[in-house]
Design a protein around this ligand. Sequence first.
Ligand code: IPE
Ligand code: IPE
Ligand code: MG
Ligand code: MG
Ligand code: MG
Length: 325
Amino acid sequence: MKIFEEEYGYLKSLLDKEITKVIKKTEPKLLYDPSKYILASGGKRIRGVLLMMTARMFGVDYKTSIHAAVGVEILHLFTLVHDDIMDHADSRRGFQTVHKKWDENVAILTGDILIGIAFENLLKTKTDNLTDIIRIFNNAIIEVCEGQAYDKDFEKKDNITLDDYYLMIEKKTGKLIESSILIGAEIGNAGKAEIKSIKNYGTLIGKAFQIKDDFLDIAGNENEIGKKKYGDIYESKRTYFYCNALHSFNRSDSAVLRKVYNEDKKETADINIIVELYNKYNLPFLAKKEITALINKSITVLKPFKSEYKTHLENIANVIGKRKH
Ligand code: IPE
Ligand code: IPE
Ligand code: MG
Ligand code: MG
Ligand code: MG
């Protein structure tokens, strides 16, 4: 067994190579150029790696799980292309977003075709559990859309609680991460009890992943994250920070937060005020604490698994805590 960093690097390069090969067609260019552009843009490939490492833990080689891993990564790309339209985002993975480089119609269609291409690859998986796998994959699409609907709806609402926040992130982000792991377990013919534990692991790291994403928007380095910093504040997103601010800020600070959040056009000075307030109330520290708690819990949940490959899943949980992009 290779050490974790080598294994992750190996699987990521395998996925990069496979993903850039999935489209053979060239016409219509307006559809296939942006599709190839986004497929070649890189990214961490964490969902695909999770799927393959989970299948490996259940005794399945990478050759068998690669197609499903390509499938979940392409499905993830569909969500990103449409998410960037919805969030008015200009950059992703350090490149211009598809709707900026082309236009919104092109980006809608690019996202749409990626769903089909994702299924095409998933269906290449040699397994007795294909029907269950398709059900998990399809359900992920439905729940991501529900999560994204909450995300947009909440932008206009002042009274979003942490419970609302967790409901939204478990769907918009957690579900695809959890599903990638579940598909890996299905490919590995995992038993009922094993599936229950591994699902729990997925739910926990999925939540940690989105809180970390919210954290990086406030505290990350723009070059490293490859996205515009403070995008969540500009777009009035109900993040981990905003939802905690609502019940920890004093009355006047709360009023400032609400006022800035209710403005359509926000100035840099307004953004700085909000970031200062988040820091004044130690919210980045609180976010880090919550991420660590979720990750530690996810590692505890893995206890029943005996395979040596389990350490890869423990390490990947820790990567979510440490990641800088
Ligand atoms: C970004 O996902 C969208 C979220 C769910 C927060 P990633 O952070 O996994 O993006 P890439 O694939 O590495 O670019
Ligand atoms: C990610 O939420 C959810 C999906 C893409 C489905 P964000 O909107 O926070 O993701 P980023 O920050 O744009 O990557
Ligand atoms: Mg979004
Ligand atoms: Mg976004
Ligand atoms: Mg984000």
